[in-house]
Write a new protein. Sequence first.
Length: 733
Amino acid sequence: MKSEIDSQNTPIITKRQNAAPYELYQIGISGGNSYSWGTGKKITFLFRENSGNEKGGFTTADIDFSQWTQVFVVLDKDMDTVKVYIDGLEVPVTLDHDGNFPNIDNTDKLHIGGNPDTSKYFDGEIDDVRIYDVALTPKNIEELFLAHGGGINGMGTHAKILNCVIEDNYSGYEGGGIYDFDGDIINCIITGNIADQRGGGLADCDGTIINSIIAGNEASNGGGLDNCDGDIFNCTIADNEATTAVGGLRNCDAAITNTIIWYNGGATYADQISGGTFTINYNCIQGWTSVKGGTGNISGYPNPSFVNYPQDSEVIEVQGLNFRSVIVTDSSSYAEGEIIEFDHDGVARTIASIDSTNNILYFDPGLDSPSAHGMVLYHWKGSSDVVMDLRLRTDSPCLDAGDNSVIDTKFDPDGGTDYKDFDGKTRIKDGNHASETGGSITVDIGAYELPTIWHVDGDNDINGDGSPCGDGSSWEQAFNILDDALETASPDDEIWVAAMDMADYVPTLPIGSDSRDVLFLVKSPMYGGFTGNSNETARQDRDWVQNETVLSGDIGTPGLSTDNAYHVVIGVNNTIVDGFTVQNGYADSTVYDRALIVNSQPYPVHDSIGGGVYNFGALSVILQNSKIKNNHAIYGGGGTSIIQSPTQLINCLIDNNTSNNFGGGIYIETDLWQSLIINCTIANNQADYWAWVGAGANSFPKSASLVCPYPGAKGCYARDCCRRKGVASFEYF
């Protein structure tokens, strides 16, 4: 707490019963006397059950609150005392009410910063209020004052920390991020924390650590972890620093399995691990050699092949949560330290800058800042170490190199057998397609599990005769028929698609007797913009602007629209379509309701809506970094239809689509879900009937009206969109 007011007469914390027997506790500033108070500079307290059962008093000396001051008032039943500590040290108190020990259990409201019942309020700043259900010891209070555990001081608790970010905390002593925590730590990021002495990330924590990232922390000793004796499973511990000794793990008696320990203050094994009694099996540890012992360990030479490794390059491409960025640190035309976003036309704009003095990323407040739990872990420490994405590439030596036996119910958020990685994706995937050559499916080393990747390159002709080929396991063995990958992939796999040189991908999957009833049925995340080069080992290597990957409904006579496919793409649950051009769908059928069977369930298909992309009842469909153009539907949604589906359109161009009725560009019909339209251009679309924003989109019924024209309405949120050249006027339902 801190106050520039020299003297006050005010409570700071009050829980008061306003009728007999006036059961209460309160702490504040006054001139002394726990009943009548008065203006002054003393910490005053009163704990009361009733008359005769109360403890009240004040600090004997005045307290200077002009600087930040830590105050603890400890009521100890066992010792029958009340003690006051100022900045970690006990100070003398005067008791003016010293009755029997009070048992306080009132149900009145807790007030912080004053008491509205008496109209008295603290004039100053309060940074942190904690109420403990135990009497803190002098050692506890000393540790809290010295900031043992800048983020969390667990005091030996066996609770759990789940799905948390412990970031940018400071301790003047031990445990910059977490100190003395003995419960499990699962699916957490511990990053950017500093401790002056030891354990930049964690110190004296003895619980199990699972699926977590400990990166970018700093201390004099044990930059990542110090004196932590709990087991560590499937974590990534990287880029921590120690100014004196051991950047990674120091003095830890721990069993470490399936964990990457890399580039922690140096390149030697001693920089990664030193001291303590370690049991290491199935890890990737920089500098490891066989003489270090353990089973299944690797050195990861030359590195674990992270998506973005701190020293890989000065120009680093990043796949953000909903944009594509490049951090420029060379002598290009952009200023050093700028972060540049490219829209769907390849036009760059600055969205953030780096304050190198304070090591802070400043993002344009009009855009979504990336989240640590989003696509990329952002970490700024200097011009050669700006961004880390610690996911694995397809050429990583850590793929399928772990030990399945340690994967248990702790990897399932619900305590079952649906094991997940840090991203919430399925654990134990066949990242290197080992099962196809008789090998076993094994867990990856590290916090992230690489999904099974299926590669598609329509120009692949390993048979030499243009026939279908490949098994999709690599770019060299890529499928040349996209539908083969779509039928092979599981929902939690990914499909990577290379641009074709002289042709487009056209659907071949029949869903009815009509020859135009063919489409791309997307059940797995699908990413375009690749070239098919073997060096493309992560999604961040693609460029969907330069490598336009076209999905076309032009299955009949070239240039004749009336024999095109009714729909080009249909997305089902948890689908991502990212980095494609979707064009030439022509939904002009009068057959309104047919059932496509997807995952043994009927999926309604209406051949008069959604010429380009058709969504009906699909949960979590994302269309991103794509163009949807030159499509038509007679009823609605020439470009895309969104029917009872929480679809997201992010960084897309919806261009030159038409409808005979509703929403030439987008047709939305929902009363259950909210859809998002972010950073999109909706242009040159036409509709003959009602439409939203110049024939761009239509929303029906009334409960799904759009936010853009009327802020606060429901149904669809549009932001940073350009609307132009539509021919139909907006009609609000």
